[in-house]
Write a protein that binds this ligand. Structure first.
Ligand SMILES: [Zn+2]
Length: 209
């Protein structure tokens, strides 16, 4: 009897852990700039990662909302809102100025555990200089936060290091290198000097300032 009770308790705890991991409760909705709404959610929602869900909604887990980096995070998410609203404009910029083209996932990679990102879901696979594909890949813990970006050479059909040409054009210490939407949000949130950022700032000033 005692064993049965313990087993039931164990199953309940496990079910709660699984449930709370994916559970997103809306705590508050706050009107924000440019016709957007900030939706405050619990911290177990998307592992506490801020993101956008459409062209006017920013999801902010409570921890990010209460963080000293709140303003920086909101500036980053507002860039994603603009990318959603003017998608064709941004992808044209990536093609002509940054040498990124959207592609379909190469068939040999379909079994790879790619970490989804709502902010890049429109065209998640972007090929750089017709050769390198940057992919966020889950580690064994299947955590969104711990996914690692790996670079795949579509001609040699193998994973490789970040190409030095890429680092020379962008920067060696960017955090979110998986997709130009993330690179541009990062470069627009904290202004940095490199060839890629100069082109980006000119594009942004022309279209938004
Ligand atoms: Zn982002």
């Amino acid at each position: 009897m005692k064993f049965v009770l313990l087993a039931v308790l164990f199953i309940l705890i496990l079910a709660y852990m699984l449930y709370s991991k994916s559970d997103c409760a809306v705590l508050e909705r706050i009107p924000y700039k440019d016709g957007t709404t900030i939706t405050i959610v619990n911290d177990s929602c998307s592992e506490g990662l801020p993101h956008t869900t459409n062209a006017h909604t920013i999801i902010m887990p409570l921890g990010a909302w209460n963080s000293t980096r709140r303003e920086e995070t909101l500036r980053h998410e507002l860039v994603h809102i603009r990318q959603r609203r003017d998608s064709a404009l941004w992808f044209e910029f990536y093609r002509t100025e940054w040498n990124y083209e959207p592609i379909a996932l190469p068939p040999e990679l379909v079994s790879i555990q790619i970490r989804p990102n709502p902010d890049t879901a429109d065209k998640p696979y972007m090929l750089w200089r017709n050769k390198w594909l940057f992919l966020p890949i889950y580690r064994e813990d299947h955590s969104l936060k711990n996914a690692i970006v790996r670079v795949y050479d579509i001609h040699e059909r193998r994973f490789t290091e970040v190409p030095p040409e890429w680092t020379a054009f962008f920067l060696p210490r960017l955090h979110q290198i998986e997709h130009p939407h993330e690179i541009s949000a990062e470069l627009l949130t904290s202004r940095r000097i490199c060839d890629a950022s100069s082109k980006l700032y000119a594009f942004f000033d022309k279209n938004y300032n």
